[in-house]
Design a protein around this ligand. Structure first.
Ligand code: AVJ
Ligand code: FE
Length: 460
């Protein structure tokens, strides 16, 4: 959403949060922006579920994914729990279905066997909940509770629905059968992108305490001092990844971590997910269509272990999430951390490949307007980028508003991904946004870029 720019690390320039402004006009403006975001988001959920028939919606396309109709009703149930019941203090619409749509109570593999709402019932349920929400949005006072400050509860629900929309898009990619989704191709490269960028050592501000709709795991802002490092100016492309495959990288245990090699063998990995042998080379299947691999496109559908092995083969490593964020947000001219690589303004179509506007990552060089102050390209959009970091709370972390969003996933089991993919909505990514998944997962739109330490003498 268009929110007041957070200016972390510069107390003197903190924007005044629109929602806490006692002025009625500012509150109405926030209401209008929230309603527009809710409606825009629901259009996406509808598109993703209207393009297939009822049987297809009820079916499980992969045991690691939910039936699409589960995601749909779950989105409505979260909206009911947080906005109708908690924020609006209204009577439950369907208390009887809470358990069915509780992700912690229902393992994914069991979801198709549950007595789920049929597609027509699910759509009607979402409509009933949404009408109540739009009604209560008109009456809500944003200064009443912390949960409502700057419209946070609504922003959290918008981001939740958009995250499930991205998950539904990944389910579409796993679906068998003819294509049902279409979009224009991403833009062509407009500039040549250098190989690597040097990021000077020194402190910078990581995370945020001011971004109005930032989730709990992005908070609080805190200073981190990093030694200098070098990071790829663009995500690793199919061309570079193909060289690793062709060099026998998948058959050489020395490039893989112990856990990575074990997984490579158990899962029989030979190439990224959705790559298919094509004569002597490879093609890829994307939303039901076959296409040759485009060399200058970021590689997508690799797991953390594959990213880690490529980096070792290339004589590099994955960046930590702090390194990724410094490359993305740190502005050497001001010393300040910006909301996005290009500055504090919200994403626009010329800055980043987001929101399912295109159904593929864009070739390297297609988004010069999205480059960071240091000249690092395509950090936001295209592909989620694996980092070497495990998922933990920042110093001073406080779960808000519920432990189950982030805190229960803290630990060494998950790896952090940054930046968002072509399937991520602009409301659900920013310079501070943290995604996480198991290191074996690759049905998500995941790629990576490499980093390395500075070589002796390189700093001049
Ligand atoms: C942040 C993408 C890992 O999909 O599991 C959705 C988001 N949390 N419903 C997920 C989420 C609750 C979450 N990720
Ligand atoms: Fe959810």
């Amino acid at each position: 959403m268009t929110a007041t720019a957070g200016r972390d690390g510069h107390p003197g320039t903190s924007g005044s949060p629109a929602g806490s402004d006692p002025d009625r006009g500012a509150e109405d403006n926030l209401r209008r922006r929230i309603a527009a975001e809710l409606i825009r988001t629901r259009e996406r959920s509808a598109l993703l579920t209207d393009v297939v028939d009822d049987d297809d919606l009820m079916r499980q396309h992969s045991t690691i994914m939910s039936p699409l109709v589960w995601d749909l009703a779950h989105v409505g149930n979260q909206e009911e729990l947080w906005l109708v019941r908690d924020v609006g203090r209204r009577e439950p619409v369907r208390r009887d279905i809470d358990e069915l749509y509780d992700a912690f109570k229902q393992p994914r593999k069991d979801r198709p066997a549950l007595p789920l709402l049929r597609p027509g019932e699910a759509r009607a349920y979402l409509g009933t909940v949404r009408n109540k929400v739009l009604d209560l949005l008109d009456q809500v006072r944003f200064d009443e509770r912390r949960l409502l400050a700057n419209g946070f509860a609504f922003g959290m629900i918008v981001q939740h629905e958009q995250q499930h929309d991205e998950t539904m898009l990944a389910t579409h990619q796993l679906r068998q059968g003819p294509p049902v989704l279409a979009a224009p191709p991403p833009p062509e490269p407009a500039v040549a992108v250098p190989g690597e960028v040097l990021v000077p050592g020194g402190p910078f501000v990581l995370g945020t305490s001011t971004e109005p709709w930032a989730l709990d795991n992005e908070r609080p802002a805190h200073e981190v001092d990093l030694p200098p490092f070098v990071i790829d100016a663009a995500p690793v492309t199919n061309e570079r990844y193909l060289a690793f495959v062709a060099d026998g990288g998948y058959d050489e245990p020395r490039w893989w971590s112990e856990a990575g090699w074990q997984h490579r063998c158990a899962a029989g990995l030979r190439a990224p997910m959705h790559w298919e042998p094509d004569g002597s080379g490879w093609a890829c299947r994307r939303f039901g269509r076959y296409a040759p691999l485009r060399p200058d496109e970021p590689v997508v559908h690799v797991c953390f272990y594959e990213a880690e092995a490529f980096a070792a083969w290339a004589g590099r490593r994955l960046p930590t999430e702090a390194e990724w964020e410094k490359a993305a947000r740190w502005d050497p001219a001001s010393g300040r951390s910006r909301r996005y690589p290009w500055g504090d303004e919200d994403p626009t179509p010329d800055r980043a490949n987001l929101g399912q506007r295109h159904l593929a990552p864009a070739p390297v060089g297609a988004y010069p307007a999205g480059a960071s102050a240091l000249g690092v390209h395509q950090l936001i959009g295209d592909v989620w980028e694996w980092t070497s970091s495990t998922f933990h709370g920042y110093p001073g972390f406080v779960a808000f508003p519920y432990r189950e969003y982030s805190e229960v996933f803290f630990g060494d089991g998950y790896r952090v991904l940054r930046g968002g993919s072509f399937g991520t909505d602009r409301s659900a990514c920013r310079g501070t946004f943290r995604n996480w998944d198991l290191p074996i997962r690759r049905q998500i739109f995941s790629g990576f870029r490499c980093a390395r330490d500075v070589r002796p003498g390189e700093l001049g």
